[in-house]
Design a protein around this ligand. Sequence first.
Ligand code: ARG
Length: 465
Amino acid sequence: MKLWAGRFQKETDSLVNDFNASIDFDQRLYAQDIKGSIAHATMLGEQGIIPQEDADAIINGLKAILADIEAGEVEFSLGNEDIHMNIETILTERIGSAGKRLHTARSRNDQVAVDFRMFVKDEIPVIINQILDLEDVLIRKAEQNINTVMPGYTHMQRAQPTTFAHYMMAYANMFRRDVTRFEDCLERMDECPLGAGALATSSYPVNRERTAELLGFRKPTENSMDSVSDRDYAIEFLSACSMLMMHLSRFSEEIILWCSWEFKFVDLDDAYSTGSSIMPQKKNPDVAELVRGKTGRVYGDLVSLLTVMKGLPLAYNKDMQEDKEPVFDAIDTVEQCVPVFAAMLDTLTIRPKDMSRAASKGFINATDCADYLTKKGMPFREAYMVVGRLVNSCIKSGDTLDTLTLRDFRAISDLFDSDIYQALELKHCVGERKVYGGPSPEDTTRQIQSVKDFVAAHRPEQAQE
Ligand code: ARG
């Protein structure tokens, strides 16, 4: 019999039972549901809302159910719809009438609100820790490649010289922002909705500060209607996940390009690549491609929940049961992608010779050539034009700037001297860019230290991995 059978004269149609039930997926909330109920029962006992011995029986009963679920000894029933009613029903079957007092001054609306919030709250430190592990890999790769010159691109055209370390630190900065986005989300969601009841609290003297404290929230939520209607935190979480995946996806795209024969800047480790069923020569970057592909699912998860919420009047509506699967899916996807991506990056081999070969073609020192003339007094726009003409004639003759003779240089401007050759050396070009944020070894070292300090300061203590 259903918990709410009193008002009804017919059994629920089996089609509706199947359609309505969420137990298949929301059983993932069992630990949070039990923790929430234990806090609620503790408070009910302390406030004298239910007899203390009933509170004790409820708490012990719930602890036993938790242990049994964890031992795989509990079967949930579809007829009991969701994890909340399943656990309450099992409790009452086990401890009798005391179990029927658990739901005093509570609704499934504030119950699911607090369970789901705790679930997301528990996963954020896990993801943050994974991102920080990825930062460790980036830092390691950067430290080993402070002097590894490679071409930097704009419009996918060789643009200016940079280093592999500078490149790695670009991504390290994106991931650092991702960490702070998750932290912000955690900070904002750290308010406890329990006690909001169905939407308008209750007439019992419930102590919401106490349940908030027992469940590790900073404070109770301010407004009970908002408390049961709000899924902003889940959307914000999905948005942080989407942004993280967007960064991983761009990075994946680069790695896919870099390990193609057209680039050959990196070699993937055999353990992190796959072969082809027909082409014997193939070594494919499947991990990077899958991370790029799975980014689409996480965006989908975000858009799903935004769309579920957009037309809902206050307060709870059953549509909101659709909040769980996108969030679970995003969590599973992100928590799978970040570590495998980090391991792939950690094991790949850099090919500095191929990077410098690519950097030495394509005139990536043309800006430096113009800067050389500018430093000798020519206005930059004029220098830009002069070097443009030089590049044009090099393209026709098959030369590069550094293969021109001094006579060739002087034919176009007598400001050129023999020191032009040093000015055009790629290591020199990179080394001279000592500006804050630039690729010079000095500043890259500073950037690495800055991310190192961030990682040390932001590792969550309670991440359960
Ligand atoms: N399974 C429901 C959900 O996930 C729990 C809340 C149900 N509340 C209600 N009034 N039907 O949203």
